[in-house]
Ligand binder design. Sequence first.
Ligand code: T5A
Length: 211
Amino acid sequence: MSGRFIVFEGGEGAGKSTQARLLVDALQARGREAILTREPGGTPGAEAIRKLLLDPPGEGWSCRSEALLFAAARADHVERLIRPALARGAWVVSDRFVDSTRAYQGGGGGVADADLMMLHRIGAGGLLPDVTFLIEVEEEAAAARVAKRDGEKSDAIGGRDVGYHRQVTAAFTRLAEAEPQRFVRLDGSGAAEETHAAVLQVLQQLFGSLS
Ligand code: T5A
C-alpha cells in the first residue's frame, strides 16, 4: 500500500507547524502511521544543512547557493525518510517542501522556476505532495504571531525585508492558482482548531475515511 504525502506551505508565522502537528496527532489517534517532518530538515544530514542555511557562516548565501543547498537537503529527506515511509503505507506530513523553494528562492530570490524544478528532479525525482495546503494569513497578523513568540529574534531568511516576503507571498499565490488540483488554499487567520477542522474536511473529501 502506498501512503499519502501532505504538505503545509505559507509565509512566516502562518501556522504551518501548528497545523502539521495537529494533523499528525489526528491521524495517529485514528490508528494511522503518520510522520511529522519539516524542511529544511527531517534527516540528520538535512538538519545539518538547515543550520547552514538559517544561521549561515560569513556573509551568508546568495539565492542560487541557497537553492542548491535546499535541493541537497530535500534529496536526502526524500530518499531516506519520505519515500521509505510512503512505501510502507505511512502518511507523511511535512512543514514546507519544494514549493517553499519556488516561492522563496524563486519568487523572492529571482531563480527561475524551471531551474528549481530541474534541481528537484535531479535531487528528489520530482516528488510532489498529494495535497499542498497553502495557509494564508494577513501580513500584520502573521508578524504579530511571530513577534509574540520570538521577540526580535529571526533567522537569515525569515529576517529579510518586507519587500522580499511580499514577493514570496505573491509567488505562493501564483503557484496555487497554477495547480488547483494539488493546492488547497485555507484562511489561517481564525483559531488553530478552526483551520484544523477545515484540513480534516478536505482530506476526508479527497481520501474518504481517515481511519
Ligand atoms: N525556506 C524554507 C526557504 O527559503 N526555502 C525552502 O525551500 C524552505 C523549505 C524555515 C525558513 O526557511 C525558508 C522559509 C523560512 O524562512 P522555519 O523555521 O520553517 O524556517 O520558519 P517558518 O516556516 O517561518 O516557521 P514559523 O514557525 O515561523 O511559522 P509557522 O510554522 O507557519 O507557524 P507556527 O505554527 O509555528 O505558529 C507561529 C506562532 O503562532 C501561533 C503558534 O502557537 C506560534 O506561536 N499560532 C497561532 N496563533 C493564533 N492563531 C492561530 N491560528 C495560530 N496558529 C499558530
